[in-house]
Design a protein around this ligand. Structure first.
Ligand code: NAP
Ligand code: ZN
Ligand code: ZN
Length: 348
């Protein structure tokens, strides 16, 4: 296949810039997708800047990919040309371990292949993500997107949506559960919408007073500032679950103090720093911390269907590919309401 347009980081200290990449010719099980929109996840920024220490360059970020099917391998029967489809954080896995057999490919024993900043299972070539004009992906890792959903606003469901849906389902959040969502950003705003749709009583915990009205609009029943000691004191021992989506170091002891006895803090945020936690924050009230990463392919499709049923999409601001560095700078300043989505027409 000819080279295609993309945007790449060449090192942790360089701005993203135009770059040409090659996609494979679609094999029998492949779907060739014309990328129309790609969400900008905080993980793109962490990895482009080398904050997690695992970055490989050149890096073409982007794992909230939506577009239209333009070509299909001969064995593909799940899709037809013109379908709206999505690709999330994974493009391959071993397909034979215990977790792959349960369609929990994100926990593949051999390590699933990340959509970018990963290596292809067989060829070991670097994978390149959605900041590009098109992508070729095995059908197992391609999701159907309902025509009922706005395609651009559905893009963030592929990471922010599934990352918050999967642990809420895992702990079986149900009507009447008291759930707090910490951090009103890309993940947090999806966490609020999904937990509300699951019937929970949802409190938004934030550092930003200006987000109170938005939290209410998104469906949160209550809002509190973690920077206000009086509000924090009154919320001690209040929540069954806290979905922690914060991307930087913060006071974990304070957050754990808000859980009820037997409560669980679900970590989905990935600050690059260590988490210092005192045993006394957990032991006396049998509290726990649960980590969770994205979701498997079956569950991602289930989440997309749930969102179509409940009419849930992301709140987005559409940007041009050329404005990605401005978007990253604004994300770092906590100035996103609530997900940037790149219009890939700007790259073509
Ligand atoms: P984001 O849009 O930048 O949101 C992060 C939120 O954290 C902000 O909106 C802000 O909310 C809060 N925050 C910022 N500075 C803070 C501070 N100093 N103290 C407390 N809270 C602060 O990022 P995102 O895309 O949602 O991603 C969030 C994290 O999840 C990132 O670390 C990302 O890498 C990770 N992630 C994990 C997975 C997974 O599979 N587990 C998947 C995707 C992303 P307020 O203004 O409301 O305080
Ligand atoms: Zn992500
Ligand atoms: Zn596996």
């Amino acid at each position: 296949m000819p080279f295609i347009n993309a945007f790449a980081a060449q090192s942790a200290s360089e701005s993203l810039a135009p770059f040409q990449i090659e996609r494979r010719t679609p094999g029998p099980n492949d779907v060739h997708i014309d990328i129309q929109f790609c969400g900008v996840c905080h993980s793109d920024l962490h990895q482009a800047r080398g904050e997690w220490g695992n970055s490989m360059y050149p890096m073409v970020p982007g794992h909230e990919i939506v577009g239209k099917v333009i070509d299909l391998g001969e064995n593909v029967n799940k899709f037809k040309i013109g379908d709206s489809v999505g690709v999330g954080c994974l493009v391959d896995s071993c397909r034979e371990c215990e977790y792959c057999n349960e369609s929990q490919e994100q926990y593949c024993e051999k390590g699933a292949t990340q959509t970018y900043n990963g290596k292809e299972r067989i060829s070991k070539a670097l994978t390149f993500g959605g900041y590009s004009s098109d992508i070729v992906v095995d059908e197992r890792f391609v999701m159907k997107i309902s025509e009922k959903l706005d395609l651009a606003a559905a893009a963030p469901l592929l990471c922010a949506g599934i990352t918050t849906y999967s642990p809420l389902r895992y702990v079986n959040v149900k009507k009447g559960d008291k759930v707090a969502v910490l951090g009103l950003g890309g993940l947090g705003h999806m966490g609020v919408k999904l937990a509300v749709a699951m019937g929970a009583e949802v409190t938004m915990l934030s550092t930003s007073p200006s987000k109170k009205a938005d939290a209410e609009r998104l469906g949160a029943h209550d809002f509190a500032l973690i920077t206000d000691p009086t509000q924090m004191k009154s919320l001690r021992n209040s929540f069954h679950y806290i979905l922690n989506t914060v991307s930087v170091d913060h006071d974990y002891g304070l957050i754990l103090s808000l859980l009820k006895t037997n409560g669980t803090m679900i970590m989905v945020g990935l600050p690059p720093t260590f988490m210092p936690i005192h045993a006394f924050s957990l032991v006396p009230k049998r509290k726990s911390i649960l980590g969770s990463t994205i979701g498997g392919m079956a569950e991602t499709q289930e989440m997309l269907d749930f969102c179509a049923k409940h009419n849930i999409v992301s709140d987005i601001e559409i940007i041009k590919m050329q404005d990605i560095e401005t978007a990253y700078a604004r994300m770092q300043k906590n100035d996103v309401r609530y997900r940037f989505v790149i219009d890939m027409a700007s790259l073509k």
